[in-house]
Design a protein around this ligand. Structure first.
Ligand code: B16
Ligand code: MG
Length: 229
């Protein structure tokens, strides 16, 4: 019987929509390389590391590059992306996020960020969320990308909690898989058809509290008790 004590949040797509800026930056790079790249293609990059994202784009263009060239282009993309990120505003925090986090913290839950992004620190600071999370795990701190569970297992560890006491909030298929690969339940943020394996799917963190979600998890797992704090 595990009492949920820790909440692990993905960043892009859960706390803020940075996917649109990733898209603009990748699109600019793809144009330089004469690779057709659409918003639909961009969906495949959500939750995926920078390096893997570029490999997907190269695959779309049927182009092969050396590791050195790939690194050079990834740096170019990141510099374009950073221009957008450096203009991020606190108002871009997704609807309901501040209230959801505050309520969860007031109720005693520990909260951690688990993001694939190497720019998470800049993003949190632009959003003035740098003192909000009890632990921050980002792409600079892990060796393996989602769907590997490393980022979330490290998040649980940093919170001083067993993974069984944590649940994950994710907007990407790879992130839902990462949670499950780590033995954690996953709350999908988005549409059920895009996140068929999420344990519960909600459109966002608005009009809902952690208590509502834990009750729903409990209903789903009769006999396997998810108690409120
Ligand atoms: P960076 P998340 C992910 O963030 C994005 O969803 C993904 O599109 C991006 O490629 C990845 O971060 C790496 O980002 O280039 O900033 O290191 O969803 O895990 O918070
Ligand atoms: Mg995400």
């Amino acid at each position: 019987m595990d009492k949920i004590k820790g909440l692990l949040f993905d960043l892009d797509g859960v706390i803020v929509d940075t996917a649109k800026y990733h898209y603009l930056a990748w699109k600019e790079l793809a144009e330089k390389l004469k690779i057709p790249f659409t918003e639909k293609d961009n969906e495949r990059l959500k939750g995926v590391s920078r390096k893997q994202s570029f490999n997907i784009i190269l695959e779309i263009g049927g182009i092969d590059l050396t590791d050195e060239e790939k690194e050079k282009y990834c740096t170019i993309k990141n510099n374009i992306y950073l221009k957008y990120i450096n203009e991020l505003k606190r108002e871009e925090i997704l609807t309901g996020v501040n209230e959801f986090l505050e309520d969860a913290k007031n109720k005693g839950y520990k909260i951690a960020l688990g993001s694939a992004s190497k720019n998470a620190g800049v993003i949190l600071s632009r959003l003035m969320l740098n003192n909000t999370f009890d632990a921050v795990i980002d792409g600079t701190m892990v060796n393996t990308a989602k769907p590997d569970p490393e980022v979330f297992l490290l998040g649980a560890k940093e919170l001083g909690l067993n993974k069984e006491c944590c649940i994950v909030f994710e907007d990407a298929k790879a992130g839902i898989e990462a949670a499950h690969n780590g033995g954690m339940k996953a709350i999908g943020i988005g549409q059920k058809e895009n996140l068929p394996n999420a344990d519960i799917c909600i459109p966002g963190l608005f009009n809902i509290t952690i208590d509502d979600l834990i009750s729903r998890l409990k209903d789903l797992n009769k006999g396997d008790c998810y108690d409120r704090l």
